[in-house]
Ligand binder design. Structure first.
Ligand code: NAD
Length: 456
């Protein structure tokens, strides 16, 4: 018998997971409390940018193998397995995770159950949540209905979500019973046959695996950002340093890019939630370490904003600043806790005339930072700029011709907040380019006269 699966919470994680489960041949129902999102998904259209997702949605919604609803009772009545994928943002007060969506959807699901089921947590949660989830299900499910809990953390990267879901680099099955392990092995049969390593653990280790993985990635980024401090003071080059460190297979080059730091809907809030949970449990070394990782990351944003002010002669008032990027990373339209948007807002608050261009994220960015001006093209952003800030490393920014860019701006000054522009090329084209933690490359600043730039 083929398992019938529900996915509760169809945001970046859940919609991708649901579509990939349908691709693997399962009958899937996605549940979300947001009716607009459900309407989009039922039309076969992803409500956010994720390469390849529209294609899968389209294909499987049209066959009826995949459908979406706002009514959890449909999922409760029809599914053997429920994946919980609702959001776990940072709580309004303090550093801990806000688990209200987890408890709301758990209770709603439990109340509507008409058959035994396995509930598999996929959201990133503080260690200990799975245990409480088990008690909540037992408390709210009708008498005679048996429920069990497993935890299967997700490691997908936004922008590569479809690929990572279908071809994960590892699988973690936090289980309390052999039946739960068997169900997970059935669901991931294809990936397991492809040789993906499976880690079968207790529930707590599985929950912790995700938080610890994100905290480690954040620590790597903050480590190299801390190295920019000393590189700048010693006139060393942090990019060359990262290349050297990265050639050591024990270290690895990825996540060693110094710059404006990390952001997004996961790393910052997961780091803080782990720190808060560690504090509750009395694990002080974890709390101390992660607080510093977070502080270094936030200082990286301050540093870029200060550099921008310095490069405009100490006063941003009335200066036109081209901000390249609003998404927290390329290939995504996600602006949650985006360093690019944070820096743009700080410059705007100091009186700069900020023009933001992002190939995908302008709509989302406008919703959270309506005070900024969003333009429809790279050219419009660059036109008459006194300063260019490269803050999200979209390929079209990295590959941009500095001569072409020079013909548009008023002053050829660029801050490379991602250290991805080639300093040699940009200097040769007459630019003053300043990376983060890189030696200074000064040119006499070239200027030209202004004309208007199109605004969207
Ligand atoms: P998201 O905000 O995009 O999606 C969450 C969805 O849950 C929303 O669509 C929301 O409407 C829905 N929801 C909230 N309450 C609900 C309820 N009671 N019933 C049904 N639906 C409800 O968030 P996301 O980025 O998809 O993240 C979800 C979880 O997955 C988080 O814990 C996150 O840390 C984790 N995660 C995310 C990623 C990622 O790349 N985005 C990767 C791995 C893990």
């Amino acid at each position: 018998m083929t398992l019938k699966i529900s996915v509760i919470g169809t945001g970046y994680l859940g919609a991708t997971h649901a579509a990939c489960l349908a691709e693997l041949g399962f009958e899937v129902i996605g549940v979300d409390s947001d009716g607009g999102k459900v309407a989009h998904l039922n039309a076969g259209v992803a409500p956010f940018a994720e390469p390849g997702l529209d294609d899968l949605l389209n294909r499987h919604v049209s066959t009826g193998r995949l459908r979406f609803t706002t009514d959890v009772s449909e999922a409760a009545a029809s599914s053997d397995v429920h994946f919980l994928c609702v959001g776990t943002p940072q709580a309004g007060s303090g550093l801990s995770a806000d688990l209200s969506a987890v408890w709301t959807c758990t209770r709603e699901l439990a109340r509507h159950l008409t058959r035994d089921c396995l509930v598999i947590g996929k959201s990133t949660v503080p260690v200990g949540t799975a245990e409480r989830l088990g008690s909540e299900l037992a408390r709210f499910a009708p008498t005679g209905i048996r429920t069990s809990v497993a935890w299967n953390p997700e490691f997908l990267r936004e922008g590569h979500g479809v690929h990572d879901t279908l071809h994960p680099d590892r699988l973690v099955f936090g289980v309390a019973t052999p039946d739960a392990e068997l169900a997970l092995r059935t669901i991931y049969e294809q990936a397991i046959a492809d040789g993906v390593p499976v880690h079968v653990t207790d529930l707590a280790t599985a929950e912790l695996a995700k938080s610890a993985a994100n905290a480690f990635l954040a620590t790597k980024i903050s480590f190299i950002n801390a190295m920019t401090d000393i590189s700048e003071r010693a006139d060393a080059d942090v990019v060359a340093l990262a290349d050297i460190l990265g050639d050591d297979p024990r270290i690895g080059r990825r996540f060693l890019d110094a710059g404006v730091g990390f952001g997004g809907g996961c790393l910052p809030k997961d780091l803080r939630a782990l720190s808060a949970r560690a504090s509750e449990l009395g694990a002080r070394s974890v709390t101390g370490l992660l607080r510093e990782v977070d502080a270094i990351n936030l200082r990286a944003r301050t540093k870029v904003a200060e550099l921008a002010r310095e490069l405009t002669g100490g006063d941003l008032a009335g200066r036109r600043v081209a901000v390249l990027g609003a998404a927290f990373k390329p290939l995504s339209d996600d602006v949650r806790d985006s360093p690019a948007l944070d820096v743009a807002r700080r410059l705007h608050a100091q009186g700069a005339d900020v023009r933001v261009f992002d190939p995908e994220a302008a709509l989302n960015a406008r919703a959270v930072a309506p005070e900024l001006t969003y333009v429809a093209s790279l050219e419009s952003a660059l036109r008459d700029a006194d300063l260019v800030l490269h803050l999200t490393e979209w390929p079209q920014f990295v590959e941009m011709d500095p001569h072409w860019a020079a013909s548009l701006v008023r002053r050829r000054v660029v801050v490379d907040g991602r250290n991805r522009l080639d300093p040699e090329r940009w200097t040769m084209a007459g630019w003053t380019i300043q990376g983060i933690g890189r030696p200074k490359r000064q040119q006499p600043v070239a200027t030209r006269t202004a004309d208007a730039a199109a605004v969207i």
